[in-house]
Design a protein around this ligand. Structure first.
Ligand code: GDP
Ligand code: MG
Length: 175
């Protein structure tokens, strides 16, 4: 039995984009529509990926408006970041620019494992951000994989977390 790897993941993004719904869907396999937007909580999930065991600690953050010492702390200790916007909210995509810069600045690393996520892909009639914009941004950022997800339909939910874990492992093995 190989050792368990402890990875700290951080879910970042504007309020209401679906960070908590994505996290709870991944960890518990249910869609919680009544989640309190002000709740910041961490979750644990053990998972096997590519025959390796991982113990994931996932911090579901809330509130991006202000820069706090708390925020700096959890970005420092985070090993991988899920940057979430909603395809129904253009402003939420804009907010990710600043968030990504904060992460890079605080981590002070050339490469930080990240995934760019356009959530609420099921809301076809309310979409304002075309898929091409997500693809373009991920290309601009370089080496940041892009997925559209639906926490509601549980589409691409496991995929984004697994991608992030694989990135962290790759960096770890290359170090
Ligand atoms: P957070 O502030 O980023 O944590 O956002 P939440 O996870 O609390 O989600 C805010 C609201 O968006 C939820 O109450 C849901 O109604 C809705 N929502 C979240 N994810 C999805 C999704 O994938 N599809 C749809 N249709 N609605 C979603
Ligand atoms: Mg939340």
């Amino acid at each position: 039995m190989s050792r368990m790897r402890d990875y700290k993941l951080v879910v970042l993004g504007a309020g209401g984009v679906g960070k908590s719904c994505l996290t709870v869907q991944f960890v518990q396999g249910v869609y919680l529509d009544t989640y309190d937007p002000t709740i910041e909580d961490s979750y644990r999930k053990n998972i096997e990926i590519d025959n390796k065991q991982f113990s994931l600690e996932i911090l579901d953050t809330a509130g991006v408006a202000q820069f706090t010492a708390m925020r700096e702390l959890y970005i420092k200790s985070g090993m991988g970041f899920l940057l979430v916007y909603s395809v129904t909210d253009r402003q939420s995509l804009q907010e990710l620019m600043e968030l990504r810069e904060q992460v890079l600045r605080i981590k002070d690393m050339d490469h930080v494992p990240m995934v760019l996520i356009g959530n609420k892909a099921d809301l076809i009639d309310e979409r304002v951000v075309p898929v091409e914009e997500g693809i373009a941004l991920s290309g601009e950022w370089g080496k940041v994989p892009f997925y559209e997800t639906s926490a509601l339909l549980r589409s691409n939910v496991d995929e984004v977390f697994v991608d992030l874990v694989r990135q962290i492992l790759r960096d770890e093995l290359a170090a």
